[in-house]
Design a protein around this ligand. Structure first.
Ligand SMILES: *Cc1c(COP(=O)(O)O)cnc(C)c1O
Length: 341
């Protein structure tokens, strides 16, 4: 197996882009399937200033990680789920569908070619960012004729700079992330531009991130903008149901499976009220960047709520250990989630 490079300080990795050796790129005309594509040196790309991606955000993406596992091999986590999700996002944003085998093969290629950039076990992972976007120069608002699908990757450490410390979140009633019949359930770039200002304002006030309420009913919790939310009360886990504006997180689904099938908890997917969240025994969030983040403090209407005495809850900790344990092959994978390269 190709070892991690010796000239990178693996202990000081953050969540910044470190250029790697190569990236994958393919170009497709609307109405055709994606041609084979190839690895090219990691570099900037050039686009028309009128490209639909720049003007109308005709753009979708994915986020996944490769790790070195305890079995001393390189593994992905549920890449078939990312493949299925990007196909759904593509359909919503009018981008030619990227099929599952094509997607997984491209991810394989780039991870293997950049294996020396995968951190050593325990130092982080290699973040993989597939994207697809329209590049035709149109002034009118309509889908592009030509598209690029590319993947770049970069080694990452921990997403939140305070590492495994608990998160301090702000419930915003000033902004919504997404609308029920909008594009909140697609991994569309446009959703993220909507979250920049709320995130910036929250960080300026000392919070780590924002909790959004549902645009349809402000008594209900939506999600965090890049992570799904869970409330634990007794032996029950509750999270907002999919189907409206919630992004179907793969770590969300994995946490649900572990809770149900390994820990024997009951899981309710439905409406999660903000009152239930603030009164929960434990609150955590899930997403590829941070895997599972424990939440220690939530502020709403200038009132601060301390969750699980400001410590990492027991159930959160168990789910986190199982999920990370499976991802790194420290625990046997009963679900067939680990994908060795
Ligand atoms: C990607 C994403 C998540 C987390 O999904 P994972 O598949 O678990 O990484 C949650 N919310 C939003 C809005 C996202 O874009």
């Amino acid at each position: 197996m190709i070892e991690s490079r010796k000239d990178i300080d693996w202990d000081s990795l953050g969540f910044n882009v470190i250029p790697t050796k190569s990236m994958f790129k393919s170009e497709c005309f609307d109405g055709y399937s994606w041609p084979k594509g190839k690895l090219i040196p990691y570099a900037t790309i050039s686009l028309s200033p009128a490209a639909t991606v720049l003007n109308y955000a005709q753009s979708i993406f994915e986020g996944m990680k490769a790790h070195r596992s305890i079995k001393n091999r390189i593994v992905l986590f549920r890449p078939d789920q990312n493949a299925k999700r990007i196909a759904k996002s593509a359909q919503r944003i009018c981008i030619p569908i990227i099929d599952e085998d094509y997607f997984i093969n491209a991810v394989n290629l780039i991870v293997c070619d950049n294996a020396e950039f995968i951190p050593p076990l325990g130092k982080g992972g290699m973040y993989i960012r597939p994207l697809a976007f329209g590049v035709s120069p149109f002034l009118g608002v309509r889908p592009s004729k030509e598209y690029i699908f590319m993947i770049f990757c970069t080694p990452v450490g921990h997403y939140f700079k305070n590492g495994s410390q608990l998160l301090n979140l702000l419930v915003t009633d000033k902004y919504h992330r997404a609308a029920p019949k909008g594009i909140g359930n697609a991994k569309a770039s446009g959703n993220y531009s909507a979250s920049l200002l709320p995130g910036q304002e929250a960080r300026a006030q000392g919070f780590d991130e924002v909790i959004y309420l549902s645009a349809a009913n402000e008594n209900l919790v939506e999600e965090m903008g890049a992570a799904n939310l869970f409330a634990v009360s007794g032996k029950t886990l509750k999270t907002p149901s999919l189907g409206k504006s919630i992004l179907p997180g793969i770590n969300r689904d994995s946490a649900i499976c572990i809770a149900k099938e390994i820990l024997g908890l009951s899981v309710e997917e439905g409406d999660l009220t903000i009152d239930e969240l603030l009164a929960a025994d434990e609150v955590f969030c899930t997403g590829t960047a941070a895997v599972i983040g424990g939440i220690g403090k939530i502020t709403k209407d200038d009132r601060e709520y301390i969750i699980s005495n400001g410590r990492l809850g027991q159930i959160t900790d168990k789910i986190k250990k199982y999920l990370i344990g499976i991802q790194l092959e420290e625990i046997e994978d009963p679900f067939g989630w680990v994908y060795p390269l």
